[in-house]
Design a protein around this ligand. Sequence first.
Ligand SMILES: [Zn+2]
Length: 324
Amino acid sequence: MIQVKIKGETSYPKAINIGVPQGSILGPKLFLLFINDLHECRMNGMLINYADDCLLVNAAKNKNMLQKQLNKDLETIKKWCDGNKLRINLEKTNYIFFSLKEKKQEDTMSVKIHECNNNNCQCYEIKSLDNIKYLGIHIDSKLNWKKQIQNLNNYLKITNYHIYYLRNYLDFNSLKTTYYALIQSYITYGILAYGSTYDTHLKVLKNLQKNIIRNVYKNKKIKVQNSIFLNIQQLFIYRMIMFYEKYPLPPINNVHNLRYKTNTCEIPHREKFKQLYTFIYTKIHKIIPENIKNNNQSKNKFKKTLKDWIKEQEHPFELLKEYM
Ligand SMILES: [Zn+2]
């Protein structure tokens, strides 16, 4: 039963036979309980759910196989939805085709969630996009992260303007807190994905970060390396090492084996794959000092030691070049 109370007036109770009331505290939990068996369906691809956002990832050797796999998985999902009285919002459903090759006209696929039982199919074609926004991160079909960086850049520009104004009223410590909350937290969100893209793409962010730090220090000449903050590439490395501390068994391959075997990492054939943090980690792991590698310090102490070490590496990616 559901009742609504507005300004002390309570409505008549109404029975809910299916679904969860919007905005309720228990709602999201009930929804998760309702949909979690979707993951028990047999599928070709990998299904990722975040609340009511559903992501299906499929990979195949060629486009035809991919199209087949994808449509088959969508059929499975559709069946599950029908059985559970849920409807897929087709208008909000899109697909993105990732490929390192130049995009051609024939790269579009026919992706449908059929409602026709295969007679005279006029079902809705799911639209292909070059960019999608997933959990606040812009992902593009070439994995260049241009849109993500541009978006972040726009946000940081506006926030820098606020910091520029605030510095007349706040002391350094308050500005520092503001920087961590409004700048660094935004830069680090998704940095494992975009942080290793080409330097030319990151340049604009680096310059802006430099500017913001100058405002925090109220000093036009301060350099990032002389400040207490980590630059973008240092932040990338920091987050990457922290990530592997937290999840020692990464999904792609067990790079932690490198603690024992130092030369097991195969160098990817394609330049693009060298940007994957899973690959970079295997490289950086070779130069991490032993006291950080054999971490037996408290969490805060470890973070501090790690930060200090990264801070010493002014251009951490330069350091990695000889290993790449
Ligand atoms: Zn159809």
